[in-house]
Design a protein around this ligand. Structure first.
Ligand SMILES: Cc1cc2nc3c(=O)[nH]c(=O)nc-3n(C[C@H](O)[C@H](O)[C@H](O)COP(=O)(O)OP(=O)(O)OC[C@H]3O[C@@H](n4cnc5c(N)ncnc54)[C@H](O)[C@@H]3O)c2cc1C
Length: 501
């Protein structure tokens, strides 16, 4: 990579990854300007306010709080001065239509009781699972996702043979869970996280048992006032540090000359110079749209985008409900009776599953301030195929059908929500997600985390073709989810510091 000397730096997009990179680089003395196309920062983690209801558009749960605490600490501040985190425990309830429920909790006796209820006698297996997943979690964060390593040999070489074996990279997540649990529903619950990583538990690597472990060990949290309070806290920190954040500024092109970045051109035609540009816009979108005019890049970008497996799209509903909805806690995941069939439909047959798996969050259950007094703020997330997988779909019509299905399913599960109670409704279809945030093919969580798209095999956070062009966010390293994109910001900052020092 060329050595770069400039101290000015432009970031395209004020998602969490963009803001994290801005903070780490400002701390090192860079003059940072962030251009964001929307009216507010946060990207997918945005905010809708309607008639006294406060909806987080994307993330509804915060895990690995230590990552955010570290971000503030690295900036010389304390997270607790900017926001308050409310513990959500019990954290997630899984429900099946046969009436089975399974609730996760960071409280070990409670968790044991729940697991024993589903699989009598499994306590020792649960302990073994937790010990095993703890080791994987530590190895992952200490050695695999916390530094820039581009060569597979060096990446794997950081691990002793026994450690490599323990990571279960070559076994499926379901296979990994089978080592510990016999009960199908218990495994389905712990494996259902795979959906957000872009695969079924049958084809994602076993290392992802760290997801359920991480939530159990570090808890799930809700910032008081909703997830957007976290974004507001990070934005405040960034502005206090002197980072210039310009909202309502859409970048049309990343300007490239003689093989190097020269800055960006906005939609209003203005040009802003910099020899370093970090794009927080979803990586395939960056390459296909913001670099489209650059010779030779489009062809390569098309090829790379076609090769990249993306996580599914989602339809999300934001419901302001009059009165209460009994029986729903902060997070509930509704799983179909035949999970493997639903995953097959979604990931292999590329169609909307007959029996929908979906997720419901009621943040006002934990923080009543998120809804008018006595009312309920509800968020529903339904995974669906990507835009290109259902090219002739009218997503507005599909959203209506899915809404009816979700309401009928809730009734079957005994959740009494009268449609007449829904006083406020907003919905984002995959097309909305693509339009509002630039998400490639409408994919909600970015590139998938299949074995060929993790670590050094994932799209890198720098361009090998254009000097001074870097990437940050869910589709580059280390991966998706709010904590991961905060780390992505630190990693790209380290990459840049390494190249200019
Ligand atoms: C429905 C949903 C639920 C989720 N739930 C959770 C959860 O519970 N917990 C969790 O940890 N994670 C969750 N995630 C994942 C998490 O939201 C993402 O991984 C993370 O927010 C992605 O951040 P990012 O840095 O990649 O930026 P993005 O959020 O992708 O932001 C990119 C920014 O770039 C801007 N932009 C795009 N094009 C341009 C342009 N041309 N000019 C200027 N600006 C531009 C966009 O407007 C946007 O603000 C969820 C995601 C979704 C969609």
């Amino acid at each position: 990579m060329k050595r770069l000397g400039s101290q000015n730096l432009i970031i395209v997009g004020a998602g969490i990854g963009g803001l994290s990179a801005a903070i780490y680089l400002r701390r090192k003395g860079f003059q940072v300007t962030v251009f964001e196309q929307n009216e507010r920062v946060g990207g997918r983690a945005s905010l809708l306010e309607r008639e006294g209801f406060r909806f987080d558009t994307g993330p509804s749960l915060l895990n690995y709080p230590w990552v955010f605490e570290q971000l503030f600490k690295d900036a010389g501040r304390s997270l607790s001065d900017y926001l308050e985190l409310l513990p959500i425990d019990p954290s997630i309830t899984f429900r099946w239509v046969d009436g089975t429920k399974f609730t996760l909790s960071s409280d070990l006796p409670r968790l044991l009781e729940e697991c024993e209820r589903l699989e009598p006698g499994c306590s020792s297996s649960l302990f073994a699972f937790l010990r095993d997943a703890e080791l994987k979690y530590q190895l992952t964060f200490e050695k695999l996702v916390s530094r820039n390593v581009d060569s597979p040999w060096r990446w794997f070489g950081q691990l002793r043979a026994s450690e490599l074996f323990r990571l279960s990279l070559w076994r499926s997540l379901d296979g990994e869970l089978k080592r510990f649990f016999k009960n199908r529903q218990l495994r389905e619950a712990l494996g259902s996280y795979g959906m957000y990583l872009g695969g079924s538990p049958f084809d994602l690597p076993g290392i992802f048992s760290i997801l359920s472990y991480g939530e159990l060990a570090y808890g799930l949290w809700l910032p008081r006032g909703g997830v957007y309070r976290l974004i507001e806290g990070i934005e405040k920190l960034a502005r206090e540090m002197g980072i210039e954040i310009r909202t309502n500024c859409q970048v049309r092109t990343i300007v490239v000359e003689n093989g190097g970045v020269r800055g960006v051109e906005l939609d209003d035609g203005s040009r802003h110079s910099s020899k370093i540009v970090i794009s927080n816009v979803d990586l395939p979108t960056t390459n296909l749209q913001l670099l489209a005019s650059t010779n030779g890049i489009k062809k390569g970008a098309n090829k790379q985008a076609a090769k990249t497996k993306m996580t599914p799209a989602v339809i999300t509903f934001y419901w302001g409900v009059h009165g209460s909805v009994p029986g729903l806690g902060h997070h509930t995941i509704f799983l179909p009776q035949d999970c493997s069939a639903a995953f097959r439909e979604l990931f292999e047959l590329k169609r909307i599953p007959q029996e929908l798996p979906f997720y419901v969050s009621v943040p006002s259950a934990a923080d009543p301030e998120l809804a008018p007094k006595g009312d309920t703020t509800m968020f529903v997330l339904v995974p669906v195929p990507l835009l290109s997988e259902l090219p002739d779909t009218d997503w507005e019509i599909e959203a209506q059908k899915i809404k009816a299905k979700v309401l009928a399913t809730l009734l079957r599960y005994g959740v009494a929500l009268d449609p007449a109670q829904i006083a406020v409704e907003e919905r984002y279809t995959p097309a909305t997600w693509q339009r509002r945030f630039g998400l490639f093919d409408g994919s909600a969580f970015g590139s998938a985390h299949t074995i060929s798209q993790v670590g050094p095999f994932r799209s890198r956070n720098f361009s090998a073709d254009i000097a001074g062009l870097f990437y940050v966010g869910a589709s580059t390293t280390p991966g998706t989810g709010m904590p991961m994109v905060v780390l992505s910001g630190r990693l790209v900052a380290e990459r840049i510091l390494g190249s200019v020092s």
